[in-house]
Design a protein around this ligand. Structure first.
Ligand code: ZN
Ligand code: ZN
Ligand code: ZN
Length: 365
């Protein structure tokens, strides 16, 4: 994405700020900053902060030593530097126009927020997500292709894993292999939940030293960041044949719940209605008490972002929105099943999967 893309995003954010009576957005390192400037940088005790005024004026305040990186990452953006003994809070506060609220990035560290609050005394602070999240939710075609490429990479990793062996290996070994394959597929950051047997009942189980054995159902939930955009996929496999009827039934219920989620996830539908559609299938099969999380989350620069597909969220889906659809059933002390794809709403208004690899209960060695 080029400088004009980022300038266009800043213009849209400034216009939205104007409409909301917000004088300026103050955005520190993280995905909002990357989205608005093209600058992806670690969080630090040294303040880096985009000051985007509602009239469209933008300045990136950075510690002097970071200025070369900032200028390379964000050509055309004014860079203001502070040296080690300066007060960066004063520099930022001095760039905020008079009048109106001040929006601070949702994930800005408290130390900076509190410093800014005392320096901007009397001004009310609001969260910048009310301006930036609606922009980030509506992805352009480059963003959708980046998500698609990340999803296809994760699909290939699953193909490889499914052909390999599980019995006798520790969850942590399988997790390490998943992460290595993701890295080989171009991912920078990676995660891999491997939840075998009774551990499968914990949706975010940390892969541990449990040895996987024949007869185990194993939940594999993995992905990360590739070319700035995230992948996130879950498939459930079974070690050895002779899967009992209940495991088959639960897997089938979860699969039908995901299909119901896909059918409901159309432009014009609310986020909550997708959750409800998937939940109805699981409730109807008698497993409602064991589906203990929302059906999905938005995905993009962050692994979890708006829109959240959860009861009570009346955000209306639109073309360009991307999110996971990931129903699950978790039976304490026994096993768990989850199936997760990333999907997006296409121009026709239908939800299309960005993970297309086989969703059936794979029998593995
Ligand atoms: Zn999760
Ligand atoms: Zn996941
Ligand atoms: Zn997810």
């Amino acid at each position: 994405m080029d400088a004009a893309t980022f300038r266009g995003r800043r213009e849209r954010a400034a216009a939205a700020a104007r409409a909301a009576g917000i004088a300026a957005l103050l955005v520190s390192p993280g995905s909002d900053l990357a989205y608005l400037t093209g600058h992806r940088i670690h969080e630090s005790e040294r303040l880096t902060c985009l000051v985007l005024a509602s009239d469209g004026a933008a300045a990136l305040v950075v510690p002097e030593l970071e200025a070369p990186r900032a200028r390379t990452a964000s050509p055309g953006l004014e860079v203001r530097t502070w040296s080690e003994t300066d007060d960066p809070i004063a520099l930022v506060a001095g760039l905020v126009p008079r009048g109106g609220d001040v929006a601070v990035g949702d994930r800005m560290w408290a130390a900076f927020v509190l410093g800014l609050r005392s320096r901007l005394d009397g001004r009310s602070l609001v969260t910048a997500s009310r301006i930036v999240a609606p922009l980030r939710m509506r992805k352009d075609e480059h963003e959708i292709s980046a998500l698609r490429a990340a999803g296809e990479a994760a699909d290939r990793v699953y193909e490889r894993m499914r052909a390999g062996s599980f019995a006798g290996r520790a969850e942590s070994e399988v997790s390490a292999e998943l992460r290595a394959l993701l890295a080989a597929e171009g991912h920078d950051d990676t995660f891999a939940i491997v939840a075998s047997g009774p551990n499968g009942a914990s949706p975010h189980h940390d892969a541990g030293e449990r040895r996987i054995a024949a007869g185990d159902t194993v939940v594999l939930d993995f992905g990360g960041t590739r070319g700035w955009y995230c992948s996130d996929i879950t498939r459930t496999v079974h070690v050895g044949d002779g899967v009992d009827a209940e495991r088959r039934r639960v897997h089938d219920v979860v699969r039908r719940a995901q299909e119901a989620g896909y059918a409901a996830a159309r432009a014009g539908a609310t986020a909550s209605s997708v959750d409800a559609a998937a939940r109805r299938v699981i409730d109807g099969a008698g497993y409602g008490a064991y589906f203990i999380h929302r059906v999905g989350h938005g995905i993009g620069l962050d692994g979890h972002e708006d829109p959240y597909l959860v009861r009570g969220n009346d955000v209306v889906l639109e073309p360009g929105m991307a999110f996971s659809i990931e129903p699950g059933v978790y039976l304490p002390g026994r096993f768990g099943v989850r199936i997760e794809d990333v999907a997006y709403v296409d121009a026709s208004g239908a939800a299309q999967p960005l993970n297309t690899v086989d969703r059936s209960l794979a029998i593995v060695r």
